[in-house]
Design a binder for this molecule. Structure first.
Ligand SMILES: C[S@@+](CC[C@H](N)C(=O)[O-])C[C@H]1O[C@@H](n2cnc3c(N)ncnc32)[C@H](O)[C@@H]1O
Length: 191
């Protein structure tokens, strides 16, 4: 059973180490957005990526979903503080996503893939809500003893993620790959 990152540790999602090592701006740039997309952030936590994304692309609509109600409540307060009206927080699981088929242009998950309980179900849901040609981004930790993140035995390499996504959802193909020392970003295109 994968380990879920607890809301009690939410402050570490914005630690100095993380800000230096995995800046949200780098993740956002890596997605190459037009700026008008409908976007779902799966396992959004306290909005480390969702909030700057919504601020930088105010013509986009960002839905930030997290499994833990407490995390969503923290995110909700932060959204209220920003005054942004193009981002909203939802409590929910990737295993049953509360959106219509083909409704999203982009789905992304940052440091969440290694926590998923049922990958085939998660991929089937992501595929269902993505429009044809839509993109699914996985950002996760390199399989090394890094300066932050889960123990090495809980991590997947980019090659493992590529294979797992392909096995779970053959209609998703790897379209882009950005490698960093401590993390990677893979972009899959839905047929
Ligand atoms: C390590 S945190 C990352 C949070 C955020 N993406 C970030 O980069 O700061 C992982 C988050 O994924 C959420 N999560 C884990 N499994 C999930 C699922 N099945 N559906 C939705 N969220 C999930 C957890 O509740 C946790 O908040």
């Amino acid at each position: 059973m994968p380990h879920i990152f607890s809301h009690l540790r939410h402050e570490t999602l914005e630690s100095e180490t993380r800000l230096d090592t995995q800046p949200a701006a780098s993740i956002i740039t890596g997605m190459g957005l037009k700026g008008t997309e409908l976007i779902l952030d799966v396992g959004a936590g306290i909005g480390y990526v969702s909030l700057p994304l919504a601020r930088d692309f105010q013509q986009s609509t960002v839905f930030s979903m997290d499994l833990q109600h407490e995390m969503s409540m923290l995110l909700h307060s932060r959204i209220m503080e920003t005054g942004l009206d193009n981002v909203s927080g939802i409590t929910g699981t990737v295993h049953t996503i509360p959106f219509q088929p083909g409704s999203m242009d982009v789905v992304f998950m940052v440091n969440v893939f290694h926590e998923l309980e049922d990958l085939p179900k998660a991929m089937s849901e992501i595929r269902r809500i993505l429009r044809p040609g839509g993109t699914f981004w996985v950002v996760d930790f390199q399989k090394i003893n890094g300066s932050f993140g889960p123990p090495i035995e809980e991590r997947f390499s980019p090659v493992e993620v590529e294979q797992l996504v392909k096995d779970a959802s053959p209609s998703m193909s790897l379209a882009q790959r950005h490698e960093h020392h401590e993390w990677y970003q893979l972009g899959f295109r839905r047929d």
